[in-house]
Ligand binder design. Structure first.
Ligand SMILES: Nc1ncnc2c1ncn2[C@@H]1O[C@H](COP(=O)(O)OP(=O)(O)OP(=O)(O)O)[C@@H](O)[C@H]1O
Ligand SMILES: [Mg+2]
Length: 336
């Protein structure tokens, strides 16, 4: 693999759930790349499919209700999209690790933190207790846990929220994964702690070269952290761009809507929530026939009754919108 090849390359990811009321496709043809040592954002309103994307990549979508398929998911050049659950377990925590929003729910309250943080080493590398303890100590140091030695034997409730999240990041990184997925990693934290954790993650990328998928509602976090951005809407990618292009030239009306109510001068500062766009995210079981955003879009045209493709609007910049397609020039009634 060349140094320029992405560490992760997802093509045609599709995740469906079957239930009493039929099948619901929660991810539809999701494709994106994560460059080596890059921080790539996934942003979108609640229910747009951000966490589902992460869970699908991790092989953590519940079966048999959920069904994940993809043309390919190349992790460092290896296609992991058709792996059996046992093979996926070997990848999880070793090659791809995940940090969740609320560390308390992912930590066992009655086990010491070092045992939990070090568990991936026991699973994937078969290390003994003293080697694991030593490695956890190093990781605590790396993620800036003060007095790391005394924290090894703490129980989760004895750590503050910020320290718990640092411990979770230590656990995510302990096997030196190729990719770390952080799903709203700071949402449960106060603003100061949030800024510290974000600084830590950026720092780790700079020092260790960790490639990170950063999932967030918060465009301030995107502006501050990310190199590339993927905007999701109703289970699809609707815009992909590098972070400067996205803020300078938002091309999808949805992205523009997200950006519109943020005063430009403050975009680079953290801790803003996603502004609201009038209307609701569509019910995935009853999607409009064409563009999924059309019912909320002030630029909607007759063409929007057909689904637009995700097409280039600039170098490394794509949008799923008829405004940027040749088809948009067709007069009303003359649909291809
Ligand atoms: N077990 C499930 N069965 C059926 N549908 C599900 C299941 N889990 C999630 N979904 C649906 O998948 C869609 C995407 O959910 P997802 O959790 O990925 O959204 P999200 O973008 O992470 O939102 P949030 O910002 O609220 O975390 C939603 O419509 C959700 O209702
Ligand atoms: Mg989510």
């Amino acid at each position: 693999m060349g140094a320029d090849d992405p560490i992760l390359s997802v093509r045609g990811l599709r995740t469906e759930f079957s239930g009493d009321r039929g099948d619901v496709r929660v991810l539809d043809d999701v494709s994106f790349d994560v460059g080596r040592g890059k921080i790539v954002g996934l942003v979108g309103e609640s229910g747009s499919g951000k966490s589902m994307t992460a869970l699908s990549l991790m092989g953590l979508v519940p079966r048999p209700q959920g069904n994940v398929s993809a043309s390919s998911i190349l992790l460092d050049g290896r296609d992991i999209s058709k792996l059996e659950p046992a093979a996926m377990r070997r990848i999880r925590g070793r090659d791809i690790a995940m940090v969740f929003q609320e560390p308390m729910t992912s930590l066992n309250p009655v086990r010491k933190v070092w045992e939990q943080v070090g568990e991936p080493l026991a699973i994937h590398q078969g290390l003994g207790r003293s080697a694991i303890r030593k490695r956890v100590l190093d990781m605590f140091d790396l993620v800036g846990i003060p007095e790391p030695k005394t924290r090894l034997d703490a129980y989760p409730h004895q750590l503050s929220g910020g320290l718990r999240q640092r411990a979770m990041i230590a656990m995510g990184l302990i096997c030196e994964p190729k990719l770390l997925i952080a799903d709203e990693p700071t949402t449960a934290l106060d603003v100061t702690t949030q800024a510290q954790i974000l600084r830590l993650m950026r720092d780790l990328r700079d020092r260790v070269g960790t490639s990170i998928i950063m999932i967030t509602h918060d465009l301030g976090i995107i502006a501050e952290m990310c190199d590339e951005v993927n905007v999701m809407y109703a289970g699809q990618m609707v815009e992909q761009a590098d972070v400067f292009d996205l803020f300078e030239r938002p091309s999808h009306p949805y992205t523009r809507g997200l950006l519109a109510s943020i005063p430009r001068a403050t975009v680079a500062r953290a801790a803003r929530r996603m502004p609201s766009i009038p209307g609701m995210v569509p019910n995935l079981a009853k999607l409009p026939p064409g563009c999924r955003f059309a019912p909320r879009c002030s630029d909607a045209m007759p063409q929007c009754q057909r689904p637009p493709d995700l097409l280039p609007v600039g170098v490394g910049h794509s949008a799923r919108c008829w405004l940027h397609s040749a088809g948009a020039a067709l007069p009303e009634g003359e649909m291809r």
